[in-house]
Design a protein around this ligand. Structure first.
Ligand code: HEM
Length: 457
């Protein structure tokens, strides 16, 4: 593939590269530059210098996300792919190679698959979810509380969502840690990612078989019981989708919110003074640093226009969620607090809007609340300017969040294992999954969750 100069678009091309060193160093800065040059819809180049449109305006993002008849979620509309311009090893292939899962289909088929997911997620008792989050948060904090220091990305923000999600899908305790490790490894892009993916699939198949035999009070059972009668493989694929969709997004939200609480005077003063609640702080982060900055993608079903820009049938569009949240049309002064206003696009909008928003918020909110209550003198161990970020086409996340605090003992609650089995798992599967779980080495940074999401077994 053509190796681009990361600093500039190709000569004569009005589009900016949305990848490479310049774009990844300051994605928000690039979005503002594009907004100044092009308005609400900008021509951009993705990997391999393939053309796309980045939607920057809040109204225009809503328009695209809410009209699947004009802007489909189905990548089979992509003209460049149809014309053979996308090599098989293209880095975006995992996000653009169609599969029969709910986020690649529209219309009736989408309603069928998505209905099963949303209605099964809605069966969770909110207080029950929060209890799980608190228990797992306590366990994670116990592991570093006595040392007086931690990296809150690796030690807290990353493992917490996955621990909670494996509990919610009803994975037996005996599977928990191995499944978490394999699921995390699977989306990191390590050399062991494929083997870990295989382990996750084998485990989820075992889980579905076990729940058929002995139902529990968990997401897997509720998918099996749902009147749409999804097939077992459909359930496995959607369990995998949900696990991965929940992971990096919620991890980013936790890390970004803790960072903001520790560094932004507004939150520090307000939280201790009781004016701003933690849910307010989360909403502010969802506006200013959404866990997914862009979403790939949508594809034009016919020739159309968007904010006066002609869009051709088969063109690819990216929802610019981060840019939309800072659109001066809706936020003329981005320094003003949003006071819990939820009209941001961090969870997108329209038929594909994130169905896990409440669960993501509950994990982040209860997890951070537990952390701040247990370690009230938590502070950054490095200067804010020394924090390192890693960006990709779709997300920007902290590489590490080193903190220090007065060393403390473990809690009684925290050291008690979470009793998941009796509530959710029923009898554990008779045999352990055949594939070997792969812990994987810790890589320098995480790969994009979405890009791994569709990495095939
Ligand atoms: C703070 C955490 C989260 C954020 C910011 C987030 C954000 C998003 C976004 C932006 C999309 C893409 C929507 C589109 O294509 O227009 C999405 C899709 C999705 N998310 Fe989330 N998500 C989060 C947590 C979760 C959790 C916890 C779950 C599961 C319990 C989940 C399940 C899904 C699923 C299944 C989809 C595909 C929906 C469809 O295409 O119909 N997400 N999410």
């Amino acid at each position: 593939m053509h190796q681009p100069d990361p600093a500039a678009p190709p000569p004569g091309c009005p589009a900016h590269r949305l990848y490479g060193a310049e774009a990844e160093a300051d994605p928000m800065g690039l979005y503002e530059k594009l907004r100044a040059e092009h308005g609400s819809v900008a021509p951009v180049l993705v990997h391999g210098d393939l053309p796309a449109w980045l939607v920057l305006g809040h109204r225009e993002n809503l328009d695209v996300a809410r009209t699947p008849s004009r802007f489909s979620r189905d990548p089979r509309h992509w003209r460049d792919q149809q014309e053979g311009n996308v090599p098989l090893d293209h880095p975006l292939t995992p996000m653009t190679a169609w599969q029969p899962v709910c986020h690649f289909v529209d219309g009736v088929e989408h309603e069928r698959l998505r209905g099963a997911i949303t209605e099964s997620l809605e069966r969770f008792d909110r207080r029950g979810v929060r209890r799980y989050v608190k228990r797992f948060a306590d366990q994670l904090i116990d592991a570093f509380a006595q040392s007086g220091k931690a990296d809150l990305v690796a030690d807290f923000a990353e493992p917490l969502p996955m621990l909670v999600m494996t509990q919610l899908v009803g994975a037996p305790e005996s599977y928990g840690p191995r499944l978490v490790e394999a699921a995390r490894d699977m989306i990191r892009g390590t050399e062991t990612a494929l083997a870990s993916n295989e382990y996750v699939l084998v485990t989820l198949r075992e889980l579905v078989a076990a729940k058929r035999e002995q139902p529990g009070r968990d997401f897997t059972t509720w998918l099996l019981e749902h009147h749409t009668a999804l097939g077992d493989e459909e359930i496995v694929e959607h369990l995998r989708l949900v696990l991965i969709a929940a992971f990096e997004t919620t991890a980013n939200l936790i890390a970004n919110t803790v960072r903001m609480v520790l560094t932004d005077r507004r939150f520090r003063a307000n939280l201790s003074g009781g004016h701003m609640t933690l849910p307010d702080a989360l909403e502010q982060v969802l506006w200013d640093e959404p866990p997914l900055m862009t979403v790939l993608g949508r594809w034009a079903t016919g020739d159309t226009e968007l904010a006066g820009t002609p869009i051709k049938a088969g063109d690819m569009l990216l929802l610019g969620l981060g840019a939309a949240n800072l659109d001066p049309e809706i936020r003329p002064d981005a320094t003003l607090p949003v006071h819990g206003n939820r009209s941001h696009l961090a969870f997108s909008s329209g038929p594909h809007e994130c169905p896990g928003a409440d669960i993501g918020r509950a994990i982040a909110d209860t997890g951070i609340d537990t952390l701040l209550t247990r370690l009230p003198d938590l502070e950054l161990a490095v200067h804010e300017d020394e924090l390192l970020w890693k960006s990709s086409l779709m997300s920007r996340h902290l590489v590490a969040l080193p903190v220090r605090f007065t060393p403390r003992g473990a809690t009684v609650t925290g050291s008690t294992p979470v009793p998941g089995a009796e509530r959710s798992a029923g009898r554990p599967p008779r045999t352990a999954p055949a594939a070997t779980p792969v812990a994987g080495e810790r890589p320098a940074g995480r790969g994009s969750w979405w890009s791994r999401l569709l990495g095939r077994r």
